[in-house]
Design a protein around this ligand. Structure first.
Ligand code: ZN
Length: 497
């Protein structure tokens, strides 16, 4: 099936075909590293991670470039507040960002270019724009002239005339007085004393925010590439400006497909550092498995808003994230199921029994869901189907004389592998995952693992002595405290509901 993505440029669902057959070149705007990543960042990068994984799984060779903005006003401001050098601060938060993304199982991009390592490319691009009459120098700054680029506004579907008092208000003080049009934007900014600066034909300064992405994506992926992604807030002005700068310089379309992910919302507002309504990924990882945050991202279509709830204690402190905790329970179920399948004894396997065709179709259904504009909720529905069918097999194997088809087991294992490669789910060692989750959650419920294990042993003895009433009583007692027992051929395991 052909891959389809919603293209912001045409505002339509389009069949995606890379320019060079078999190869896909992708650029995604990375973070400005002046603080820890919040859940909104995690959402964006998990979405592109699923996209990259899926394109690779479809047999395409993907070159994935995601930049790091390591110099910018916010970095300079934060560094001066903390009495740290801007570059040291950026390096510290770059490492933290990479670590957080690793914890939500994102594959590292093939290249992670930094602005401070691309000054020659940035300056050369600005010079090229000046030479073409698409940019002008003004008192140490350089601005892009939006009126010199007739296509300006094609991504965000706006017209330059409507931007008269839109983008940056009326022509007023400071930088605005140097501009020919209010929508013109800085390509180069003269530096203030004490700020990091680089030499340029316009004097010492540093790049404006937008130009860096044009310079870095064209340097690493060529003047035209396949797919450009980022958050919905980047459509205007960041990506509009990227298109203007790049296409005014080269005369070629920068990217053919522009993909944008929705926000995490808090009370119907975008989660953002500047609004102060954010939770860092690290805050969240203290309460739930990072993989549960990944799962949470998958529960909603990438273009739709994802609204986050949390619970608050008596003193107003955050006590939990119910939706993400629910995702952790689903992962617990996934890993428990994987473990049940792995422990089916060889004597319970029938090599000649037939396989239901539906089992073999699971990986293809997963792929088809992602082909359809990366429909992750449908992919999770396929996952739920897989788990149900896998548990049916494990139940069958645990019955007296029960035997499962070798072909069915092979199909289920292939589907679990597809979950890992396509969605990045279930990649951990089941035992390690379950042990971590159980001990943390048992602690939160005021139960100890030893008590649960002791009751399981007591129930086992009761059953052996044919005291089934006592055995059932123990099961019910545990269930009331939120512990479900699962019997298998290999013994009894438990999970927290
Ligand atoms: Zn960018």
């Amino acid at each position: 099936m052909a891959q389809k993505f919603h293209n912001t440029l045409s505002d339509r669902l389009e069949v995606f075909e890379p320019a060079e057959p078999g190869k896909v070149r992708i650029y995604v705007c990375g973070p400005t590293v002046y603080d820890y990543a919040h859940l909104g960042h995690i959402r964006a990068y998990v979405v592109y991670d699923v996209m990259v994984r899926h394109l690779r799984q479809s047999g395409l060779l993907v070159q994935y470039v995601r930049n790091i903005t390591d110099i910018d006003d916010k970095i300079i401001k934060r560094a001066s507040e903390l009495g740290e050098s801007p570059l040291a601060l950026a390096a510290r938060f770059t490492a933290a960002f990479q670590e957080d993304l690793q914890r939500v199982l994102c594959v590292a991009p093939d290249l992670e270019p930094k602005v401070t390592e691309h000054l020659p490319e940035i300056i050369a691009l600005i010079e090229r724009l000046c030479a073409k009459g698409a940019a002008y120098a003004a008192d140490g700054d350089v601005y892009f002239d939006v009126q010199a680029f007739p296509d300006y506004g094609k991504l965000s579907h706006r017209k330059v005339a409507d931007l008269e008092f839109g983008a940056s208000g009326r022509l007023g003080d400071g930088e605005d007085q140097k501009k020919r049009h209010p929508a013109d934007f800085a390509l180069w900014k003269a530096s203030k004393p004490g700020e990091p600066s680089w030499q340029s034909p316009w004097g010492p300064g540093r790049p404006g925010w937008h130009i860096e992405c044009s310079a870095m994506c064209m340097r690493h992926l060529g003047e035209s590439f396949d797919l450009h992604g980022g958050g919905l807030d980047l459509v205007f002005p960041h990506h509009e400006n990227e298109i203007a700068q790049s296409e005014a310089a080269t005369g070629k379309p920068l990217a053919r497909l522009w993909v944008h992910n929705g926000f995490i919302e808090v009370n119907k507002e975008k989660m953002s550092k500047s609004l102060g309504n954010f939770f860092t990924a690290r805050e969240c990882f203290r309460r739930v498995e990072p993989e549960a945050v990944r799962y949470f991202v998958l529960t909603t279509h990438y273009r739709a808003p994802l609204s986050l709830d949390w619970t608050v204690g008596e003193k107003g402190e955050v006590t939990g994230f119910p939706q993400i905790e629910e995702c952790e329970r689903r992962l617990d179920y996934l890993y428990s199921t994987k473990q049940r399948i792995a422990s089916i004894a060889p004597g319970r396997i029938d090599p000649s029994a037939p396989v239901e065709p539906e089992l073999r179709e699971l990986p293809a259904r997963l792929s088809a869901a992602l082909d359809d504009d990366l429909n992750m909720p449908v992919a999770l529905a396929v996952t739920a189907d897989l788990l149900k069918r896998a548990n049916d097999l494990a139940d069958l194997a645990s019955r007296k004389q029960g035997k499962v088809s070798q072909g069915a087991l092979t199909a289920v294992r292939a589907a679990f592998t597809a979950l890992g490669t396509e969605l990045g789910l279930g990649l951990d060692d089941p035992q390690a995952f379950l042990a971590r989750v159980r001990s943390r959650r048992a602690l939160a419920l005021g139960l100890s693992e030893a008590e649960i294990e002791a009751l399981i042993v007591e129930r086992f003895e009761a059953r052996k002595n044919r005291s089934f009433a006592r055995a059932d009583e123990i099961r019910a007692q545990l269930l009331r405290t939120g512990v479900e027992l699962m019997d298998g051929a290999e013994g009894t395991t438990w999970r927290l509901l």
